[in-house]
Design a protein around this ligand. Structure first.
Ligand SMILES: [Zn+2]
Length: 414
């Protein structure tokens, strides 16, 4: 193995620059744990990055740097939080987000340890865990408010103009027509029974994350936060119906709460006062997130699980891992008390950010689900309930997602 010089060179955080990966070819006996027989590790974990040999890689350091988002944390120290926009990470090696590299490194080390002991991996460590893929829904809207009409139709107009600039007048005009329908049309946006029916049929019980802020809204919050009030009697009834039916209820903290224990706590307590089950899990609205602040704020607010870790502008595993873990709390030199579960994909990744044909959309869904199953990992998927309404018409995608999970026998859906 590598001499221990590499970690000492890593005086956190300024010594780390943009994340750059090195492909390492595995020995024949470990090939199945790689992708085409190779694993990707951060450059800092290789003794000789130019000709990386598997015996000259600090595998523990590689797994740690990826799992803990160490390069991103260093970036955040220098430039401030990117929240969840991958495009802000300049010169980043996007291959790190395409696979559960951390899980694959662990599987490789497991195999290696068994080989050194002259036995096989399941005898030494027990059988591999089954993959667990959970579905969650951030409830951003239950009515089509003026703010939503403005935001979404502006986004559609932007897409139409982009398509026009790319010389595609056909898709551009249908996108523009959708924008007009969206701005002026009437549609039912209540948390759709259709979604619950689909999940009942598939034997799935997901989690619904609700917004529970009750402060008067300034312009930013009017534009970015959900408009509903969780104290509304129909919503309170919905909460208790969900819990009785076996669904989970979590918190969707407001746009400005990502570093405020006080705001998150107040919102958690308000939701808790209406929810007939403990509120312990959350995902930040708009995936507003800081490595330094958000988990600390959520823990201090009494939450024990978070699924915010994902990018807004692309699917993927943001920390190269499909695993539930307690992230390292740098300021206090200990693990956080909160458990983080990465989310790998949401509806808008396969609809809004890049238009896709249905066949391509299915392939993307399959790709991510298969990656988690291949490594026996854990990850979440996000689908917004209001996108099942006709205005969006994304119900087909959600059906495909449930069907794809159902046709994969080895995974558990929670
Ligand atoms: Zn949201």
């Amino acid at each position: 193995m590598l001499d221990r010089a590499a970690p000492q060179r890593l005086a956190f955080p300024s010594a780390l620059s943009a994340l750059s990966g090195v492909e390492v070819t595995l020995p024949d006996w470990a090939r199945p744990h790689g992708v085409e027989g190779r694993l990707l590790v951060p450059r800092e974990a290789c003794a000789e990055p130019a000709q990386a040999q598997w015996t000259r890689v600090d595998w523990w350091l590689a797994a740690f740097l990826l799992l803990e988002g160490w390069h991103e944390r260093a970036w955040e120290r220098r430039h401030g939080p990117i929240h969840s926009y991958s495009f802000r990470l300049r010169d980043w090696d996007a291959r790190v987000w395409q696979r559960a590299w951390v899980n694959r490194i662990a599987l490789f080390l497991r195999e290696w340890a068994a080989r050194e002991s002259g036995t096989d991996a399941s005898t030494l460590f027990g059988p591999l865990p089954r993959a667990e893929i959970s579905i969650s829904h951030d409830v951003d809207a239950i009515d089509k408010t003026a703010a939503i009409r403005i935001k979404q139709s502006a986004f559609m107009v932007f897409n139409a103009l982009r398509q026009l600039a790319q010389g595609r007048p056909g898709p551009a005009s249908s996108q523009a027509a959708r924008a007009v329908r969206f701005a002026f049309g009437r549609d039912d946006w209540s948390v759709p029974e259709q979604m619950l029916d689909l999940e009942r049929d598939a034997g799935v019980r997901s989690q619904f994350n609700f917004y529970a802020d009750d402060r008067a809204k300034d312009v930013t919050r009017w534009l970015f936060d959900p408009a509903y009030d969780i104290a509304d009697s129909a919503l309170r009834q919905r909460l208790s119906d969900l819990v009785q039916g076996g669904w989970q209820v979590g918190l969707h903290p407001s746009y400005d709460a990502w570093r405020s224990p006080e705001l998150i706590r107040a919102q958690r307590e308000r939701l808790q006062s209406f929810a007939p089950a403990a509120v312990t899990s959350c995902r930040q609205h708009w995936l507003r997130f800081s490595w330094q602040e958000t988990w600390a704020a959520q823990s201090a607010a009494g939450l024990s699980q978070d699924t915010t870790l994902m990018f807004n502008d692309r699917p993927g595993l943001r920390n190269s891992a499909a695993v539930c873990w307690k992230p390292w709390h740098v300021r206090e030199a200990r693990p956080h008390s909160i458990v983080a579960l990465p989310t790998m994909l949401m509806d808008s990744h396969v609809y809004d950010y890049r238009p896709m044909a249905p066949v391509e959309r299915r392939a993307v869904l399959r790709y991510w689900i298969d990656e988690v199953i291949a490594v026996g990992g854990e990850a979440a998927l996000l689908w917004h309930p209001h996108t099942l309404a006709d205005d969006y018409g994304w119900a087909d995608g959600y059906r495909e997602l449930l069907a794809t999970l159902a046709e994969r026998p080895s995974e558990g859906v929670a």
